[in-house]
Design a protein. Sequence first.
Length: 275
Amino acid sequence: MTVTTVVVTRDRWPDLAWSLPRHRDPVILVDNGSVDDTPRRVREHFGAVRVIELGANRGAVARNIGVEAATTPYVAFADDDSWWAPGALDEAVRLLDEHPRLGLVAARVLVGDDQRLDPTCTAMAAAPLGRDPDLPGPHVLGFVACGAVVRRSAFLAAGGFDPVVVFPGEEERLALDLAAAGWALVYAAGVVAHHHPSTSRATTLRRRALEERNRMLTTLLRRPWPVVATTALDQLRGDTGARLGLGWALLRSPLALRRRRRLPASVEAARARLG
């Protein structure tokens, strides 16, 4: 096998019971400190799945553990409420095999029973960054985590998902660092993932604040100081979630500053084009 699927979960056994049968081997499940007996249940009902228990919630960083444990050259990510369409991983492998400078394939993510296109995919398909004739899709500087297949070596060299940002919105910093290292990232509409968001995921003020916190932290980690200032001002003028997120970002700013590294000019110019 050339691709491993890494699934991260926490307290979502009902979702896993439905989604895991849709995955093909090999599968690594990384458990973020579930208290609903998920690891035992997965081992009992899905014996072929390798389970790694972290004992605590490490957010998106848990995916790094799964990638490190994988032995295949490519890794596909899935959430406990998502899975890959039949043939999707074969197509992703073909693209990665045929394009050695390709570090990440961003899939077309279909949401829910009505299979509506994820808004992030709509934005990627519009190709605001253009495309190169030798690549199988438009350039991107972001992706949906549960709809991405990565070259394992490139992912690990780029540091994986960020312990400062953690979750949500963890994709951008990784995308920026992959591009900074010279890897191409493309949107491939022929690679399809299905996402049925868990009913336990509510839109709350906390979620909104975390998104804004991580937007600022990603900016602080990689963008020029004028962009940092503009982002902070935008959040100060924003809604309650934006202002709360800015405050939370300030608490984590020492961690971000220690890891701050400016992007190459070409990557920053591409990111600036996205607004």
